[in-house]
Design a protein around this ligand. Structure first.
Ligand SMILES: [Zn+2]
Length: 308
């Protein structure tokens, strides 16, 4: 839908501010969901001195900078995770509006981005993927495809057929489930983890079956690139890989080593989440560009992609 330029500017600013606020809530989910705590109560407080955080000390990014990353009450350091999550969510919301404009797709994909930010940071911290995101996400993706069917014109949704959403969810879950089984059978060690199975099923529900294949391929490329660079960096510097997201660095390291020892789980969630985002923004266009690079006739592919 075309809207006047002033209104467009207003929505761009609104998306950014909304993203920062949602990012602030994402931080609460990231910290509390793995511990099984409510995200509504109690109000945010300093983990060190338990003093409540006033609204003016809780402004996304800004407060963290003004406070110099320290608690006003006791001076305990505040993790950089907070402004980073808020900043990333704000930029993603801005990007979604810029990309999808004044359409049904925009609020839907903003919510998807927030879910993926939560998944990424929980997986980095705790090595799990929160069911609070993935399971409702699968159903949300399928529901959104029904919306796409109801408004086939101008919804800007990636998936406009419930069959594609169902196929995507089923394929996404099945591929990783089978990979997990195969790893267990052949390599005799636990595979990906069931959290990733549900995460790719969720992405499939939002991105369709081509989205699952594209996302998985991209995630593997990203994962290998990062894995290889980490190995090279380790060989070069002999430094530690664990940056430690929390405040207690030693505690975090001990925690990570303890989890890493059984050699059992590589956090794949962040790669799946990032790949899913790349596909959300560039998916069909990227496939078309690849198709064109192979010098294959695009006329046959366009209707197929549009039909999905
Ligand atoms: Zn404090």
């Amino acid at each position: 839908m075309d809207i006047p330029p002033q209104l467009d500017t207003f929505f761009i600013a609104l998306s950014f501010v909304l993203g920062a606020m949602v990012g602030s809530f994402c931080n609460v989910c990231i910290c509390r969901w793995p511990a099984g705590e409510s995200v509504i109560r109690p109000r945010s407080r300093c983990p060190q001195c338990s003093s409540g955080i006033a609204w003016y000390d809780n402004i996304p990014v800004v407060s963290w900078l003004l406070l110099g990353a320290k608690c006003r009450g006791c001076g305990a350091p505040i993790s950089w995770q907070y402004p980073v999550v808020e900043g990333i969510t704000a930029l993603l919301f801005l990007a979604v509006y810029a990309w999808f404009g004044f359409t049904i797709a925009t609020p839907v994909y903003m919510a998807l981005c927030a879910g993926l930010v939560i998944v990424t940071f929980v997986d980095l911290r705790e090595w799990i993927i929160p069911n609070e995101v993935s399971i409702p996400g699968i159903f949300a993706g399928i529901a959104v495809s029904l919306l796409g069917m109801a408004f086939p014109e101008g919804s800007a949704l990636r998936v406009v057929s419930v069959f594609d959403a169902l196929a995507g969810a089923a394929l996404g879950g099945l591929i990783l489930y089978l990979l997990d089984r195969i790893t267990i059978l052949i390599l005799k060690k636990p595979g990906m983890g069931f959290g990733d199975v549900k995460l790719l099923a969720m992405l499939g529900a939002f991105l369709g079956w081509t989205g699952v294949l594209g996302t998985l391929m991209l995630a593997c490329i990203l994962g290998s690139a990062v894995g290889l660079s980490l190995i090279v960096l380790e060989k070069l510097g002999g430094g530690t890989r664990d940056k430690g997201l929390g405040t207690g660095e030693e505690e975090q390291d001990a925690h990570a080593t303890e989890k890493a020892l059984p050699g059992h789980y590589i956090p794949f969630g962040p790669y799946l989440a990032l790949a899913g985002l790349i596909f959300l923004f560039f998916g069909p266009e990227a496939i078309l560009a690849y198709w064109a690079a192979l010098e294959l006739p695009a006329e046959e592919l366009v209707p197929i992609l549009q039909g999905l």
